[in-house]
Design a protein around this ligand. Structure first.
Ligand SMILES: Nc1ncnc2c1ncn2[C@@H]1O[C@H](COP(=O)(O)OP(=O)(O)OP(=O)(O)O)[C@@H](O)[C@H]1O
Length: 213
C-alpha cells in the first residue's frame, strides 16, 4: 500500500514478464490513486504496452501482484470491467456497425444513464460527428484511433489505461488530449498511460515509470 493519503486504486508490485525466455518487464512496482496519472515511458520495444496489457488482463504476468481496490485484479469480474476503460492498439470493431452504433452500444452496455446524449457530446468533442454513420473499415487511421478514445469516454470509468493516446493526433488533438486527461483526473479518474510525447507526459502525469529495453 502507498504511504500517502488515500487508498490505492491500483497497486502493482514485482511485476515480471518474459516472452520466450526474453525478459521484458523486471520487478515493476507502482501505485495509483483516484485523480492521479502515471506515465509509462521508455524506448521502442522496452515493454510499455506489455505493462498495460498485464494490468488490463490481456497478457498474464509471470510473477507479481496486481490489485484493484485492494483485491487481486481479475479482468473476468464485472466490477473490474465496469471500472477499467482501456485503449490498446488492437481494438476490434463489428464490421457492420457504424461509429455511432458502436459508441451507443458500448455506452448502453456499461449502463450510462443517457447514452444518446453522452455519445453526441463525445462525437463532437473528438470531431467524429461527420463520420458517425461510417463503418469502421472506412475510417482513416486517425479516425479509428479517435473511435478508440471515444469508446473510453462514453462509458463509466474509474481507471483509464491508455496506450500511446497521442498517436495519430494532430497538434490540436494533442492539446485537447492534455486538457481531457486533466479533466479526467479532476473528476477522480486514475490514469495509467504510455507515451512518447514529453509534452503530454509533462502536462498530464504526476509520476513516470521508466521501463528499459
Ligand atoms: N506477444 C508477444 N510475443 C513475443 N514478444 C512480444 C509480444 N509482445 C511484445 N513482445 C516483445 O516484447 C518487447 C516489448 O514490447 P512492447 O510492445 O511492450 O514495447 P513498447 O515499449 O510498447 O514499444 P513501442 O514504444 O515500440 O510501442 C518487444 O521486444 C516485443 O517484440
Amino acid at each position: 500500500m502507498s504511504t500517502s493519503a488515500g487508498p490505492d486504486l491500483l497497486y502493482v508490485s514485482g511485476l515480471t514478464k518474459s516472452y520466450s525466455q526474453v525478459p521484458v518487464l523486471r520487478d515493476i512496482g507502482f501505485s495509483l490513486r483516484s485523480g492521479e496519472a502515471v506515465a509509462v515511458v521508455g524506448p521502442n520495444g522496452s515493454g510499455k504496452t506489455t505493462l498495460l496489457k498485464c494490468v488490463a488482463g490481456v497478457e498474464d504476468a509471470d510473477d507479481g501482484v496486481i490489485e484493484l481496490d485492494g483485491a487481486r485484479l481479475r479482468e473476468s469480474e464485472s466490477a473490474t470491467r465496469a471500472a477499467m476503460a482501456c485503449l490498446l492498439d488492437d481494438a476490434e470493431y463489428f464490421p457492420d456497425l457504424s461509429v455511432i452504433d458502436h459508441l451507443t452500444l458500448y455506452s448502453w452496455a456499461h449502463g450510462m444513464e443517457d447514452p444518446d446524449r453522452v455519445v453526441a457530446s463525445v462525437l463532437r468533442e473528438l470531431d467524429l460527428h461527420a463520420a458517425a454513420n461510417q463503418l469502421p473499415v472506412t475510417l482513416s487511421s486517425g479516425q479509428r484511433h479517435r473511435l478508440g478514445l471515444a469508446s473510453c469516454l462514453v462509458r463509466p470509468r474509474r481507471l483509464l489505461l491508455l496506450d500511446e493516446p497521442e498517436q495519430r493526433l494532430d497538434a490540436k488533438g494533442r492539446a485537447w488530449l492534455a486538457d481531457r486527461l486533466q479533466a479526467e483526473k479532476a473528476a477522480g479518474v486514475a490514469i495509467l498511460f504510455t507515451s512518447h510525447d514529453r509534452e503530454l507526459v509533462g502536462a498530464a502525469a504526476d509520476r513516470t515509470i521508466e521501463v528499459v529495453a
